[in-house]
Each structure stands twice: as structure tokens, then as C-alpha cells.
Design a protein around this ligand. Structure first.
Ligand code: FE2
Length: 424
């Protein structure tokens, strides 16, 4: 007997009337109209059953700290870093853990079951590392939390920055991070990219580096990251995050750079909500959007995913762990309005993000984990348009969260009695 049978589901690829059979936490069959005995049978009523959302770029040590000790008045990345620097000496481990766990509750309720979080390794005490390793252990039964050792104040700019990062790796942090554009000079930034990639190569780790998060078209650390990836045979193991300077680069340089990134197998994570918020702050008008060249990178064959980056922290006061909100903003900022473009935005917070994160057994096919989210939408485009309600969220066959459908009751003479904001 099956543990769970979901019937009459629509899948992200457009197949309708699909049944998904689950046994021992894995999907055993995906086929139309299956009937079989199951401990639990659920009729999806034609709604969209998607693999869970994945966030390939987040900061869980700073999340939900908005307003402490003050808000970011200029709205810039640099004031955010300064503000975080003011907050850091006051951090307590219990508070770090509780904020992160609360955010994980929000994430699960939004069908977000895999998060790659950077964790600040700048201070020798490594308190955020200790806290997030504990959070990782606690949420492991229901959420896949990957941690990146992130030298927020600059790997080479900070005294002992590289040693602190190495100690974080020793403690169990999974991935090597970086922030070359915050080192003191272009050459120091390039040196930090080289050094950090060498550390990853020596230790057999992945790399996920904040790279060129600025409007400066001459910030070209992504070039060094792509070069070092090839030199050290790290193809497929390296991610460049943000890469917003690419937005402002000369088109000729971009035409050389994009194939170089594709050739190196470096994946790119854009963070639409935060990029549109933090970038362009030194502009008058026109104000640049600041997000990297998403459709062009995709067309060049680069794996591109979208991250949330921040929720209610020194850099961004909004957010709720909703990756459909991220996809919605990405679609607008990148003007990805073709049907194919809109579907690519959904992939950017599901399958492409899972690829960046090297998730195993991800998807709705036999052998994959029985982890999925049922959305109050009939297809992926509608899911983005409505930032669809997560009706149900399962992890490995276990129901984790439920929400009531979003329906408005209407009292309009001669009109329907309710609406779900869908065309009839
Ligand atoms: Fe970030």
C-alpha cells in the first residue's frame, strides 16, 4: 500500500490529471489517473503541484533584525554593511537562533524547503556560524540549509579574515564565500578571489561568492572568478552572486564576458528584490535597475537562478520568504515577459536554483524525494502572477504546512459570488 497518493494534479511542465504515488518518502510513480490503495489520498483538484521552492542566496544571520539599532537611511549596500557592523557587537546566540528559526517557519509555510545562507565570518568569535550550524541541525528534518562562509567585511581587508573563514569551514560550514568588491582595491579583490578559490579547491568545497555587487561597470571580479574556476578545474562548483555591475558594463565587454562565464561553468544568482532596491542609489535620473543581465546569461547557456538575499534586515525591510515574489520582481526587472521568459522565472526559483545548490533527488519524477508544494494556480505563469497561495507543503511525504485558499466573496448584483482572480 502507498503512503500517499495525490491525484488530479497539474505539473509545472503542463501535464494535467496527474497522479503522484509516494512510498517511504520518495516518489514511486507519476502517471495520469492512477488508482491505488494509500494511507492518505489527496485530490489536487487540478491545481499546480510543483517541486519545492529553493532560495540559492540568503542571509539568515541578519534576517528579521530590521530596525536594530536603526534603519538604513540611504538605502545603499554600504550603509547596510555599516549598520550590520553596528549591530554585530550586540548579537546574542539565542536571538540569532530564534530569528533564523522564525524565518524557517515562514519559509516552510511558503513552500521554500532549501535555502543557501551566507553566514558572516568576519569576527573571530564566529558567533553567527555557531548559531546557524545549530539552526541547520534543528531544521534538518524539514529544511535543507546550506551555509556559505562569508567574509562580510572583506576577506583581505579584515585582519584575520581568511583565517576566520577557514575556521568556519573547519566547524562544518559547507561552502567558500567572498566579497571581492568590498576589498580595498580592484587588485586586492582579485587576489581574494584567487585565494578563496584555492582554499575551495584544496578542501574540495563549492564556491559561492558575492561578486561585483555595485553599479561600477569596471568592477570585473566575475572575470577573475571565471578564470580561477577554469584554472583550478572547479567547473560546475562555482556560483557568482549578484554580479550587478554587469548591468552597467559596456556592451562590448559583456559580449566577451558572457561566453567566458558559460565556458567556465560558473552559475549566476541574481537577487531581483534586493538588486532593484540597493542599486542605482547614486543615480539621479535615469536610475539604473542594477540587476545582472539575466536573459542574456540564460541565452549564453549559463545556469541562472534567483535568490531572496534579505528579509527584514539592514539592507531590505520587506519580504516574507516568498520565492514567487522574487520571481515576480525578476520577471519585471529583466522584462522577461514572453511565455518562455515567464516560465524561466519560475524555473529560477525551483529547478535552476536546485541545480545551483546541487540538490539531489529534486523534482516530480520517480525516485525523487516526495517534497512538493500545491499552489492555488493552474500553471506556473499564473503562480507568479498571483504569488499563489501555498495550499499544502509536503517534505518527503510528510505534510508540513497548509493554508486556506485565497478567495474573495463578492456582493455585487448580477455578478459571481466570489473570485480567485482567474479568467473564467
Ligand atoms: Fe547577499
Amino acid at each position: 500500500m502507498l503512503d500517499l497518493l495525490i491525484t488530479n494534479a497539474t505539473l509545472p511542465d503542463g501535464r494535467t490529471g496527474m497522479s503522484v504515488a509516494v512510498q517511504a518518502g520518495r516518489i514511486t510513480e507519476v502517471t495520469p489517473g492512477l488508482t491505488a490503495a494509500a494511507g492518505d489520498t489527496f485530490d489536487a483538484a487540478g491545481y499546480l503541484l510543483s517541486p519545492p521552492f529553493c532560495d540559492p542566496h540568503f542571509h539568515m544571520d541578519s534576517t528579521l533584525s530590521y530596525g536594530r539599532p536603526r534603519v538604513n537611511e540611504s538605502g545603499t549596500l554600504l550603509e547596510g554593511i555599516q549598520l550590520w557592523g553596528e549591530l554585530k557587537p550586540t548579537l546574542k546566540i539565542d536571538d540569532l537562533i530564534e530569528r533564523a528559526l522564525t524565518y524557517c517557519d515562514w519559509a516552510v509555510a511558503k513552500g521554500l524547503l532549501a535555502i543557501r545562507s551566507h553566514v558572516d565570518t568576519s569576527d573571530p568569535g564566529l558567533l553567527p556560524v555557531e548559531a546557524l550550524l545549530e539552526v541547520k541541525r534543528r531544521v534538518a528534518p524539514y529544511l535543507d540549509l546550506q551555509l556559505v562562509a562569508f567574509p562580510q567585511d572583506g576577506a583581505l581587508r579584515t585582519k584575520g579574515g581568511v583565517d576566520n573563514l577557514k575556521r568556519a569551514l573547519d566547524l562544518g560550514v559547507d561552502i567558500v564565500g567572498g566579497i571581492p568588491h568590498f576589498d580595498r582595491t580592484m587588485s586586492e579583490g582579485a587576489a581574494s578571489v584567487k585565494l578563496l578559490c584555492e582554499i575551495a579547491a584544496e578542501r574540495g568545497k563549492f564556491v559561492d561568492m558575492h561578486c561585483d555587487e555595485s553599479d561600477d561597470p569596471l568592477s570585473r571580479h566575475i572575470e577573475t572568478l571565471a578564470f580561477e574556476t577554469q584554472r583550478l578545474s572547479l567547473q560546475g562548483r562555482v556560483t557568482g552572486s549578484h554580479c550587478t555591475s554587469m548591468h552597467s558594463m559596456d556592451n562590448y565587454h559583456a559580449s566577451k564576458l558572457l561566453p567566458l562565464i558559460a565556458e567556465s561553468g560558473v552559475s549566476i544568482v541574481a537577487n531581483p528584490l534586493v538588486n532593484i532596491t540597493l542599486q542605482g542609489r547614486h543615480d539621479t535620473y535615469p536610475k539604473r535597475r542594477g540587476m545582472t543581465r539575466v536573459p542574456e546569461l540564460m541565452a549564453a547557456g549559463v545556469t541562472v537562478a534567483f535568490g531572496h538575499d534579505c528579509v527584514m534586515d539592514p539592507w531590505y525591510g520587506m519580504g516574507s520568504g516568498d520565492m514567487l515574489e522574487v520571481a515576480h520582481m525578476g520577471l519585471h526587472v529583466a522584462q522577461m515577459t514572453s511565455r518562455q521568459g515567464m516560465r524561466a522565472c519560475f524555473d529560477a526559483v525551483t529547478t535552476s536554483a536546485a541545480k545551483v545548490m546541487h540538490l539531489q533527488r529534486y523534482g516530480i519524477e520517480p525516485g525523487c524525494d516526495a517534497s512538493f508544494v500545491l499552489l492555488q494556480a493552474r500553471d506556473v505563469v499564473e503562480a507568479i502572477r498571483l504569488r499563489a497561495t501555498r495550499l499544502k507543503v509536503w517534505n518527503k511525504g510528510k505534510l508540513l504546512a497548509e493554508s486556506g485558499p485565497a478567495i474573495a466573496r463578492l456582493q455585487l448584483a448580477g455578478r459571481p459570488s466570489q473570485t480567485e482572480w482567474r479568467r473564467v
